[in-house]
Ligand binder design. Sequence first.
Ligand code: ATP
Ligand code: MG
Length: 320
Amino acid sequence: MALIEIRDLKVHYPIRSGFWNRVTDRVLAVDGINFDIEPGETYGLIGESGSGKSTTGKAIVGLEKVTSGQILYEGQDITKAQTRRNLRYNKDVQMIFQDSLSSLNPRKRIADIIAEPIRNFENMSATEEQHRIKELLDIVGMPQDAMYKYPFEFSGGQRQRIGVARAVATNPKLIVADEPVSALDLSVQAQVLNFMKRIQQEYNIAYLFISHDLGVVRHMCKNLAIMHRGRFVEIGTREDIYRHPQHIYTKRLLSAIPEVNPDEREADRQHRRAVEAEFKQEESRYYGADGRVLDLQQLSATHYVALPDATLAANKGGVE
Ligand SMILES: Nc1ncnc2c1ncn2[C@@H]1O[C@H](COP(=O)(O)OP(=O)(O)OP(=O)(O)O)[C@@H](O)[C@H]1O
Ligand SMILES: [Mg+2]
C-alpha cells in the first residue's frame, strides 16, 4: 500500500475586498491533483514560483486547510485535524523549510529546537533527551557542542542540517522537504542532498522533495510530478520525465538546466531556442481557454501528460 495517497486535492484561498470584506474571488493554489508516495521513496514535486508546491506540502503536513479532496495516510483519511491528532500523524510526517533562518526560532538554542518535536510526542527524561539530541546531531554530521549555540551562529548549510535533525527526531515515515537546498551554494547543495539520501536509506524515510529546478532533483527522485498553475502538467518516472518529456512546460523546465560540459554548450543553446520557439507557437494548445492546465491523459503505465487529444494521437506511436 502507498504510504500517502493524494486524491483530487484542492486548496483555494479566498480573496476578500471592499467595505464588507466579502470574499470576491479565489486563488486556485492547488486545483485537483492526484499522486501516491511509496514508503522510503523520494517523490519530486517540481514547478516554477507560484505553481502551488508549498501549498501542496503544507496541506499534506496539515499546515494548510484542504478545500476538497482527500489525503490518505496508510489508507486513512487525515484531512480532518482530529484524525491527525488521533493517529499522531505529525509524529510520522514532518516538514523541512527552504529558509532555515526564519524556520528555526532565533531565540532558542539548537538543543531546544531539536528537542521540540521530541517533547511533543515522546516522554523522555532530561538525560534521555540529551542523549537523543547528541545522536541526532551526529546523524546529520554536526559536532555535539552545536547544541549550546543559536541558529545565527551557523552557515546556511549547517542550519539546513539542523532542520533535518529536527525533522528526523521523531522517526518520521515521510518528510516534506520544501526547497531544502535552493538557498545553498552548489557544493553545499550536494553535501546536504547526499546526507539526506543517507538518512533516507538508514531510516527508510519517504521524501516529498519540492524544487523549482529539475536539475537539482535528477538523482534524488524515482517519480516526479511537474506542477503548473495548481495542477499537474505531467507525472511519471525519472526516465519518463527526463528522457521522454511530452508537455511543453516540462520541456521548458528541462531546457533551463545549465549545461556543464563546455563542448555541449552551443548545442544546448540551440536546443533551448528551439524549445522557446515551440513554446511561443504551441503554448495555447496545451492550456484551456481560461489558461487552465488540461486533464491528464495516460501515455503508459507510469506516464501521464496534460496533452490536447490531437498531440496525444500523434505521440502515441512514437512513445510506446
Ligand atoms: N495565504 C495565502 N492567501 C492567498 N493566496 C496565497 C496564500 N498562500 C499562497 N497563495 C497563492 O497561492 C499560489 C501558490 O503558492 P505557493 O506558495 O504554493 O507556490 P510555490 O509553488 O510554493 O511557489 P514558490 O516556488 O515561490 O515557493 C500563489 O499564487 C500564491 O500567491
Ligand atoms: Mg514555495
